[in-house]
Design a protein around this ligand. Structure first.
Ligand SMILES: O=c1ccn([C@@H]2O[C@H](COP(=O)(O)O)[C@@H](O)[C@H]2O)c(=O)[nH]1
Length: 314
C-alpha cells in the first residue's frame, strides 16, 4: 500500500520532509537556462528542458535522505505539452532514485470525470485492451469541494493500484478561512471534510496503521491542525506552508501523533531556491548543494522539535 511504502521510507531515512518541486523559470540559475536558451532560443521547449535539468540536480542532492517529492503540476502545465513532458520525466526520475512522488494536482469533479482524473494520475488508460500509463504517480492531492462522491471515485485505484490521495481539508493560504472555517450545524466546514476523509481512510488502512487516504493541513494554522489531528487519527497529513509561507517547527509539531508519525512537512521554494540565500554563502553554481543543505537543516530542525515534545519516532 502507498502508506506502508511512505512510512517505511520515512522511518528508514529518519526524515519527515517532502521537497516541493515547483520550478519557476525566473529563479532557475542563469547557467542552467542559458545553455538551453542558446540551443533553442527563448522557447517553451528550452524552458521545459531547463526545468527538467534543474529538477534532476535537486533530486540528485536529496534522494538519499528525503522520502518524497511533491511536484505542483501548475508549474509544468503553464508550459503546455513540453511542460507536462518535463513533469512526467521529473516524476519518473524521482521514482528511479527510490523516492515517492506526490503529484500536487488538486483535482476532483463529478464521479465519471474523477474516474478520468484517476486514470490519468493514479492508474492507467485502456485503449481497446492495450494499457498505457500517462502521469501516474504514487499519490495525488484532491479537492473535496464537490462532495464525497467525487472523492470515492479515486478509491478504486487507491486500493487496486496501491496509490494514495491527500484531500484538501484546511489549506495554508490567507483566504482559507473564508469558506473552510464557516460553520454548518455547529461544525466548521474543515471539520465536515475531515469527517469525509476519516470515513474514506477506514477503507485504506495499511499494515503500518495509517491510511492511504490522507489530508492536506496547512502549517500556517496550528490551532486547527490540533483539532484535525484528533478527527483523523489514521490519516497522514501532508503539511504545506513551512518556510516560505512563514510557518516554523513549533507550528507543525502537533500535526504529528504521539507515536511520532502522521505528518510529512513540505517546503518548496525554501529548499529548491535556497541558493538565493546569499547570506548563507550559497552560490548559483552549487544550487543543488544549497538545496541539500537547506533540506538537511529542515530535517534536523523538525526532528529536534519533535524530540522536545517527546514525539520523535527514532
Ligand atoms: O494548502 C496548501 C495546499 C498546497 N500548497 C502547495 O504547497 C506548495 C508550497 O510551496 P512553498 O514554496 O513551500 O510555499 C505549493 O506547491 C502550493 O501549491 C500550499 O502551499 N498550501
Amino acid at each position: 500500500m502507498f502508506i506502508d511504502a511512505l512510512v517505511k521510507e520515512i522511518k528508514n531515512k529518519k526524515c519527515n520532509i517532502v521537497v516541493g518541486l515547483d520550478p519557476r523559470i525566473g529563479s532557475i540559475p542563469e547557467g542552467v537556462k542559458n545553455k538551453y536558451f542558446k540551443e533553442c532560443g527563448h522557447t517553451i521547449k528550452a524552458a521545459a528542458e531547463a526545468i527538467l535539468e534543474f529538477n534532476k540536480e535537486i533530486i540528485d542532492n536529496v534522494y538519499d535522505f528525503v522520502p518524497a517529492v511533491k511536484p505542483q503540476i501548475a508549474f509544468y502545465e503553464q508550459y503546455g505539452v513540453e511542460g507536462l513532458r518535463a513533469y512526467m520525466k521529473t516524476c519518473k526520475y524521482a521514482k528511479e532514485k527510490g523516492m515517492l512522488v506526490i503529484g500536487d494536482i488538486k483535482r476532483g469533479d463529478i464521479g465519471s470525470t474523477s474516474v478520468a482524473y484517476s486514470n490519468a494520475h493514479l492508474g492507467n488508460i485502456d485503449i481497446e485492451g492495450t494499457i498505457h500509463e500517462t502521469f501516474a504517480v504514487d499519490a495525488i492531492t484532491v479537492n473535496p469541494y464537490m462532495g464525497g462522491d467525487t472523492l470515492e471515485e479515486f478509491m478504486k485505484d487507491i486500493k487496486e493500484k496501491e496509490k494514495g490521495m491527500f484531500v484538501l481539508v484546511k489549506t495554508s493560504n490567507k483566504g482559507s478561512g473564508q469558506l473552510q472555517d464557516l460553520e454548518v450545524n455547529g461544525k466548521k466546514i474543515y471539520e465536515v471534510v475531515a469527517g469525509l476523509v476519516n470515513d474514506l481512510s477506514q477503507q485504506s488502512i495499511g499494515k503500518c496503521g495509517y491510511a492511504s487516504v490522507g489530508a492536506v493541513v496547512g502549517a500556517t494554522y496550528p490551532e486547527q491542525s490540533r483539532t484535525l489531528r484528533k478527527l483523523m487519527k489514521e490519516s497522514y497529513f501532508l503539511v504545506p506552508g513551512y518556510g516560505a509561507q512563514g510557518a516554523t517547527v513549533e507550528d507543525i509539531v502537533d500535526c504529528f501523533n504521539e507515536d511520532g508519525l502522521g505528518a510529512i512537512i513540505n517546503s518548496s521554494r525554501g529548499i529548491i531556491f535556497a541558493y538565493q540565500k546569499s547570506e548563507k554563502g550559497y552560490t548559483a553554481e552549487k544550487y543543488g548543494q544549497a538545496a541539500r543543505q537547506e533540506a538537511l537543516e529542515m530535517r534536523d530542525a523538525i526532528n529536534k522539535g519533535l524530540e522536545t515534545v517527546e514525539k520523535c519516532y527514532w
